[in-house]
Design a protein around this ligand. Structure first.
Ligand SMILES: *[C@@H]1O[C@H](CO)[C@@H](O)[C@H](O)[C@H]1NC(C)=O
Ligand SMILES: *[C@@H]1O[C@H](CO)[C@@H](O)[C@H](O)[C@H]1NC(C)=O
Ligand SMILES: *[C@@H]1O[C@H](CO)[C@@H](O)[C@H](O)[C@H]1NC(C)=O
Ligand SMILES: *[C@@H]1O[C@H](CO)[C@@H](O)[C@H](O)[C@H]1NC(C)=O
Length: 353
């Protein structure tokens, strides 16, 4: 470990021309964005000073975010926005690369921000609000709160504490799961079911979770009319991965994750997409204060459901029993469900194949 004061001295000597964040923002036309930092708690600016190796997601468009337009931008709001926009740059940990321009086609990464306000963030001990940056159709894009994808719109600009990365609009402060789900009309069934079965509180209060959110079309394919309340709660709980925030850049093929239903889901990463027990992810990385939400195309069974082979056709009709998924999902789901005592879910899921 090189002591911080030596690093600071080194960076000051080597990068004498690099300026402070505020000066660099102002020199590059980000005056309004600079005022957000100036009107925030001073601890934010001191956390992004010389040598701190941050990425600052800066925007020239600071006119309101989905969720803060109606709020007066007070110190608390400015602090939250500034903290959320400042992330530790773990992608260029090599000292040589520290102040080099980032390549525009960034690889998928999870970054931890300076936002640790307990009113918002509940990701586990010592973990700050995180966000995902990944390319979308070749454009580096930031996934922060409110399900919004914010494209990067310019090259990195160096300052003495890292780089300013221009983005299209302000990053959103992540909301709760309940508030965020209401932003997705295609998740109306899940939203209603969580309320009906008193699951909003346990799901919103759990620290560091991953929610697999079936779209309404997935519920339409399952007959829940014959199920007891306990069975429906078990089905819904199978969609909540506990003690693991599975941002998409972290997911690995074959990973087995525990659910709130005391079951497991297995991750499959294929050319055609990412699957949780065979349920295909349709929109990944909706960031919330206590984790991440991925929408999925079907209801998630208990374990080992099949996924298409690489290069295989995953558009086959799941309701056609002549054409089951390659790995025989239905049988294995049935076995897993018995183990879990969730046979009702087995029937419901079997109806999908
Ligand atoms: C978390 O946030 C706090 C407060 O902004 C900051 O001091 C700390 O360095 C952050 N941690 C990481 C890992 O970025
Ligand atoms: C919007 O802001 C309010 C007040 O800060 C917060 O309670 C709510 O969770 C936010 N909603 C979303 C979707 O971010
Ligand atoms: C999904 O929503 C539709 C429309 O509100 C409703 O008719 C249907 O019963 C819901 N399905 C479930 C499983 O709640
Ligand atoms: C999971 O296991 C715990 C501890 O054994 C139990 O309290 C809880 O009710 C179980 N949850 C479900 C949905 O089966």
């Amino acid at each position: 470990m090189i002591p911080r004061h030596i690093l600071l001295a080194l960076s000051a000597a080597t990068f004498a021309s690099a300026d402070t964040l505020i000066n660099t923002l102002q020199q590059n036309g980000f005056n309004d964005f600079a005022s957000i930092y100036q009107d925030a708690d001073p601890s934010i600016l001191s956390s992004v000073d010389a040598g701190s190796n941050m990425i600052i997601y800066a925007s020239k468009n600071v006119q309101g975010t989905t969720n803060s337009t109606l709020r007066r931008r007070d110190t608390t709001t400015n602090t939250q926005i500034a903290a959320m926009s400042s992330v530790q740059n773990t992608a260029s940990s090599s000292k040589k690369l520290r102040f080099k321009r980032q390549n525009a086609d960034s690889s998928p990464a999870v970054y931890q921000s300076l936002l640790n306000d307990p009113e918002i963030v509940n990701l586990g001990q010592g973990v700050n609000q995180s966000l995902v940056e990944k390319p979308v159709e070749g454009v580096p894009t930031v996934f922060a709160g409110a399900g919004k994808a914010v494209p990067v719109v310019g090259d990195d600009i160096t300052f003495d504490g890292g780089v300013i990365r221009p983005v299209d609009s302000l990053l959103e402060i992540p909301g709760s799961i309940a508030n965020t789900l209401t932003l997705f009309p295609q998740l109306s069934n899940l939203t209603a079911l969580l309320i009906q079965y008193n699951l909003v509180e346990p799901v919103s209060e759990a620290a560091g979770i991953t929610v697999l959110a079936p779209e309404d079309s997935a519920f339409a394919a399952v007959d829940t009319s014959g199920l007891t309340d306990e069975q429906i709660v078990a089905i819904l709980s199978q969609h909540v991965i506990v003690n693991y925030v599975g941002y998409s850049p972290l997911l690995k093929d074959g990973q087995v994750l525990n659910t709130l239903a005391n079951g497991t889901v297995t991750v499959a990463v294929r050319d055609s997409g990412v699957y949780f027990n065979g349920a295909k992810v349709t929109a990944a990385d909706v960031i919330v204060g206590n984790g991440v939400v991925h929408t999925v195309a079907s209801v998630v069974g208990s374990e080992g459901a099949g996924v298409p082979e690489d290069g295989g056709d995953d558009t086959e009709n799941p309701e056609n029993p002549e054409n089951p998924p390659a790995t025989g999902a239905a049988g294995r789901v049935g076995l897993g469900l018995k183990t879990l005592g969730l046979s009702a879910l087995g029937m419901a899921v079997a109806a999908l194949f």
